[in-house]
Design a protein around this ligand. Structure first.
Ligand code: ADP
Length: 411
């Protein structure tokens, strides 16, 4: 019944017009039965004109669609995911609405919609985020982490200017984590190196100054003492120039570390030449150097002068630090299908295991006194390592206290 009343109301205009026409027709003298029949047909046709519909919901202007952060951020997701820097997008409540794979690796996944503080506890970062959300001014701080490993990041926050988000009254902010741990490590190494180099130079310099003052003062008229002091001064000056030579060698090697050598070098005559050049030192130390090499050529790709430096350093160390073993054996192996290897072995006191991994560090010495007394600079094995890295070759150290040490170069 209600539906019929509604329908009558919807078709009221047509029905009123039909009734009016019928009344006019009747006034003009038309047959009443015909007029009523036509009126009935028009009324039924009007009521059947369209299916019955429910009440039409009358409402105000349509609401904007609920703004889904994911759809708003969609165009940014692919580029952010491709970057290897950890990145987070947070909304105006500091809830994480997007996290790229690099940040999942660096700090685990945030549960969907979780607040930034769910995984990031640093008060410095949280304060900075709060401030930027309030002021929309980009900001950054340095943040260090101790666990799981020591890392240093520059954490930066900046508002993202997305027209689609502005239209819906939302705001988003991008948090980026730039890892500067490696830079810090290099900085520390550089300053350690400068400190070590200055320290190494300062000692002979101080001693030189002392002797000069003595010769000018108390020993002014003592030719015997002067002669003795001048000999020591000569040793100190020689030590300083050795150190400067080694430092220059290292810096030259660093400059060309990325250029692989391209000469063909035959190791057989090269090792013979190095052994011959060390015969005077070996004689002084009462050490014999033996060579075990194939008759035929053994060629490797390398830089001749640099390879001479490598084997000079290794044989000289073996003579100096393995002196009590009285012999140094150098062998060259060239087995088909295997890497060419040169091993320098001594039968000296050996190196305690804890020192072995650090031997190629600059200025690292098992005993500083022992090295100094043997005219060492602490840079020999660092130079060897640099040269071998450029040659794509490896240095393998095997040592046993009381038995001796083997240094093997594998090409
Ligand atoms: P250095 O100028 O002191 O010889 P190196 O870099 O050549 O510097 O060697 C570093 C340290 O490694 C040496 O001071 C010494 O303690 C140790 N070392 C090197 N070769 C040997 C060896 N054959 N036997 C024992 N110790 C060695």
């Amino acid at each position: 019944m209600k539906k019929l009343a509604l329908r009558l109301r919807q078709e009221a205009v047509i029905l009123v017009l039909a009734v009016l026409i019928a009344v006019l027709a009747w006034i003009e003298g038309a047959n009443v039965a015909v007029v009523l029949a036509i009126l009935a047909v028009v009324a039924v046709a009007a009521l059947l004109r369209s299916p019955l519909v429910g009440p039409v919901k009358v409402s105000a202007a349509p609401e904007p669609p609920a703004a889904d952060p994911h759809s708003v951020l969609q165009p940014m997701v692919a580029p952010l995911a491709a970057l290897d820097m950890p990145l987070l997008v947070v909304d105006q409540d500091a809830a994480v609405v997007y996290q790229n794979p690099a940040s999942e690796r660096a700090m685990d996944s945030f549960p969907p919609g979780a607040h930034l503080s769910a995984k990031l506890r640093s008060p410095g970062i949280l304060d900075m985020v709060r401030e930027t959300i309030a002021t929309r001014v980009p900001n950054q701080i340095e943040h260090s982490e101790r666990l799981p490993s020591e890392r240093v990041y520059i954490v930066r926050i900046s508002p993202i200017d997305l027209p689609s988000a502005n239209a819906t009254g939302q705001s988003f902010f991008l948090l980026s984590f730039r890892d500067i741990s490696e830079l810090r490590h290099i900085d520390r190494m550089r300053s350690d190196f400068v400190a070590n180099a200055s320290h190494e130079l300062r000692t002979p310099l101080a001693s030189l100054r002392g002797f000069i003052e003595t010769i000018q003062g108390p020993a002014r008229n003592d030719p015997k003492a002067q002669e003795r002091f001048l000999a020591i001064m000569f040793d100190q000056a020689t030590r300083m120039s050795r150190l400067v030579d080694d430092l220059l060698s290292l810096s030259r090697l660093e400059l060309k570390s990325h250029i692989a050598p391209d000469q063909k070098v035959d190791l057989v005559p090269l090792l013979g030449h190095v052994r011959d050049s060390l015969l005077p030192l070996a004689g002084d130390l009462d050490v014999t150097i033996t060579l075990d090499m194939p008759q035929s050529k053994v060629e490797v790709t390398g830089d001749r002068d640099e390879l001479v430096q490598v084997f000079e350093n290794l044989m000289e160390n073996a003579c100096k630090y393995g002196q009590e073993g009285k012999r140094v054996d150098v062998s060259l192996r060239n087995v088909p299908g295997q890497a060419v290897e040169v091993t320098v072995s001594d039968s000296g006191g050996g190196i305690p295991a804890e020192h072995v991994p650090r031997l190629t560090e600059r200025f690292y010495r098992v005993s500083v006194e022992n090295s100094r007394s043997k005219k060492g600079t602490g840079l020999g094995l660092a130079i060897v390592k640099h040269i071998l890295t450029r040659h794509r070759a490896r240095l393998i150290v095997k040592s046993e206290v009381g038995r001796g040490t083997d240094f093997t170069v594998r090409f």
